[in-house]
Design a protein around this ligand. Sequence first.
Ligand code: ATP
Ligand code: MG
Ligand code: MG
Length: 373
Amino acid sequence: GATIGILGGGQLGRMIALEGKKMGYRFVTLDPAPDCPGSQTADRHITAAFDDLEAARLLAEEADLITYEFENVDDSVVCALENSANFPQGSHLLRHTRHRIREKKALEAAGVPVAPYRAVYSRADLHEAVQALGFPCLLKTATGGYDGKGQQVFRSQAEVEANLELETGREYVLEQWVPFDKEISVVAARSVYGEVATYPPAWNIHRHQILHQSIVPAPVEETVLERAEALARQVAEQLDVAGLIAVEMFLLQDGTMWVNELAPRPHNSGHYSYDACVTSQFEQHLRALCGLPLGSPRLLTPAVMVNILGEDTGWLFDAMRAFSSNVKVHWYGKEESRPGRKMGHVTVLAPDVNQALDTVKQWKKTAEIGQRG
Ligand code: ATP
Ligand code: MG
Ligand code: MG
């Protein structure tokens, strides 16, 4: 089998390797942490920073194909790999998706609707943007943010004045606060031959801006599901994607759908596919990049995916394991547990979504009793 190199060794790299090894591929991961989740499942690990050109070259020498599971790889590394290695995703997608302003502009150019926003490069820009968008609004750093990090909500002019701490040289985007009815997401795959497959939309519930639960099928009208999948396909085709692209969307009460952001890799909200679909997003990513026919993304059973954060481990995890008959447990093998850190996830399978949600409620209750006792 071929050897696949992965830039990044987090849980996404780990799950790509777990799925890929059953298909006969070998894996080499590159990550600064020697004991990262990906390194534990890879055949070989290169401990190096994401701007280490020498290490990237070594990865390219050892691998027949390179992919990434992490967006903040240094530009110089990505460009070097694009020029000298088999790197089907290329640099263009990363360039767009790791900068919110560039991403929104690329979406607009592709005819994909996004929530009202303004680019902010200075205090004057911010004042103008606030005038234009009104309250509440949300300031996000253009780069480097995840799990809601680097975001600030403004409810009034007074809050803007009190929190005006723009870092010089940093770029931001101000967004209107979207009064969404639901957040949904679609993972789309596009192969190097242009074949596209889209996964059933997930309804995503966040806690403190970190994904908590994904519920599939999303409890929305059939036409909404179809529009969401069509939008994801449009993004995959217009942005010339190879591999996976996850499309996060806001669904408003009146049916309006705005894309919030993109991720050009396997996505947390697509983890349900591992246990609930014919083909997991991780296998699909490899199929798309290796030029295999795409697998069926069909949902085999309704599912609820629940993230396990650092604060949930121990009592909550023990409670979940007890419901093993229809609960699939995934553990990422991270040494250190910190609040807010994604340690694992569980996917509850059931004949319908409400039964799966009941199971989740039940084990939360059991966990609370366990914690008190
Ligand atoms: P991640 O990459 O982990 O999904 P992120 O830090 O890149 O997160 P977003 O996805 O943009 O940030 O925001 C995190 C969450 O905050 C969203 O899923 C949504 O719940 C909320 N949010 C973000 N932007 C808006 C907005 N304009 N209006 C209302 N809610 C928002
Ligand atoms: Mg993000
Ligand atoms: Mg997001």
